[in-house]
Design a protein around this ligand. Structure first.
Ligand SMILES: NC(=O)c1ccc[n+]([C@@H]2O[C@H](COP(=O)([O-])OP(=O)(O)OC[C@H]3O[C@@H](n4cnc5c(N)ncnc54)[C@H](O)[C@@H]3O)[C@@H](O)[C@H]2O)c1
Length: 378
């Protein structure tokens, strides 16, 4: 068994939503140990949380600068090798850039940056740094999402002509309708969330899911946002028409005010031979539809699945795997890359996915602002 990779965590404190997912995912395949980090902006809170989860406090730092300075003084074999950036969005870019410039690998939450320009700068930084960089589009780690990608690549749907991805949540209803509450949430503050709320937070996952599964790129889009209230600066709902190619069109529907919806990410991909339908809330079932054959259901762990899909399955068929496993699969791919081992394309979302994501988010904002016009992506 190779030595565990030393992982630092930035953000993801006890008060956070996503921290636990990364911590558990890092341990699932026995590749990492959490060595230190900065869990919260407040050092006392960081230390208290480290004690609570039984991580030695001697490498819990006041901020990222202190982490870099102290870690670089350590012998290389003791040093933190990779940091996961799990803070609110506006800190992703400065933190990831500094980490790369100082020789650390990076696992970064999405959206990778708060605007497209920063994303391109980070891409250049990575090219110089030659480190491993992953963006955690978590849903690409599900075995049946990976299976979709591989079967589409193998031509099983024929020529794709229609895609439909939807990401519906309802949680912002509890905040958005109250004027005071809506000014207190970082996801509705452009300084902290970036240029978009709904598209930046969840629409970008739907976009990534389309590009990941079809291996095609969105070329242009037309977007219509809903802000619900005049004093709210951030979109909480949006519908996007997309053109991927002359004859491949589709729609991305995204909402944080879809009342009663929980984490409703779903995708349907239609080709001239067959179609796929998959839903995040029921991730172990991939439906293959046909005009002439009975409905087929693909499930994880069976030998009929592709190598990329099977690589993300840890138990025999019939043991449901979920979001912790999906994130763990991404961490597994990153571990292979850090160790210089072979890995399959698609094992973790890369810098290119991050850059494409910001190109998408910024284009939706632009389209809506200009009066719902078609905007080309790069
Ligand atoms: N991949 C996914 O499916 C997914 C799901 C949820 C959230 N996210 C992303 O994860 C990120 C965090 O989201 P969240 O919901 O956990 O946010 P959150 O507000 O719940 O938690 C943010 C954490 O960052 C800490 N923090 C703030 N400033 C800091 C600083 N200067 N230094 C260190 N820590 C600091 C906070 O104390 C808190 O612990 C966001 O970018 C979000 O888009 C991704």
């Amino acid at each position: 068994m190779p030595k565990r990779i030393k992982l630092g965590i930035l953000g993801g404190g006890g008060d956070s939503l996503i921290g636990v997912l990364h911590r558990v995912a890092a341990y699932i395949n026995d590749n990492y140990e959490i060595t230190g980090g900065v869990f919260n902006a407040n050092h006392e809170e960081s230390l208290a949380f480290a004690k609570e989860i039984d991580i030695p406090t001697n490498r819990i730092y006041a901020d990222l600068d202190a982490l870099i300075e102290a870690e670089l003084k350590l012998p290389e074999e003791e040093r933190i090798q990779v940091c996961s950036v799990l803070t609110p969005n506006f800190l992703h870019f400065p933190m990831a850039k500094k980490l790369l410039e100082n020789g650390f690998h990076v696992i970064c939450e999405k959206p990778m940056t708060t605007n497209y320009e920063e994303a391109k700068i980070l891409q250049e930084t990575l090219a110089k740094a030659k480190k491993v960089f992953a963006v955690t589009h978590t849903y690409t780690g599900y075995p049946m999402v990976r299976q979709m990608r591989e079967m589409i690549k193998a031509g099983e749907l024929g020529k794709i002509h229609k895609v439909d991805a939807r990401y519906y949540q309802g949680w912002i209803n509890g905040i958005i309708h109250d004027k005071e509450k809506r000014s207190t949430v970082w996801r509705l503050d452009p300084k902290k969330a970036g240029i978009s709320s709904c598209m930046g937070d969840i629409g970008v996952h739907a976009f990534n899911m389309i590009e990941f599964t079809t291996s095609l790129q969105v070329k242009s889009l037309l977007c219509d946002f809903n802000y619900l209230y005049d004093d709210n600066q951030m979109d909480v709902d949006g519908t996007v028409l997309i053109r991927m190619d002359k004859h491949v069109k589709g729609v991305i529907r995204s909402s944080q005010v879809a009342t009663g919806e929980e984490n409703g990410l779903a995708i349907a991909i239609y080709g001239d031979k067959a179609a796929f339908r998959w839903e995040q809330e029921n991730p172990n079932y991939l439906y293959k539809l046909s005009d002439t054959e009975p409905l087929q259901v693909y499930k994880p762990g069976h030998a009929y699945n592709s190598e990329l899909s099977l690589d993300g399955t840890k138990l025999p068929p019939g043991h449901p795997e979920g979001i912790f496993d999906a994130m763990a699969n991404i961490y597994l791919g990153v571990a292979k890359a850090i160790r210089g081992e072979a890995y399959n394309d698609g094992e973790f979302p890369t810098m290119l996915d991050g850059v494409r994501g910001l190109n998408f988010i910024e284009s939706t904002v632009e389209s809506n602002k200009q009066g719902n016009i078609w905007v080309d992506l790069d």
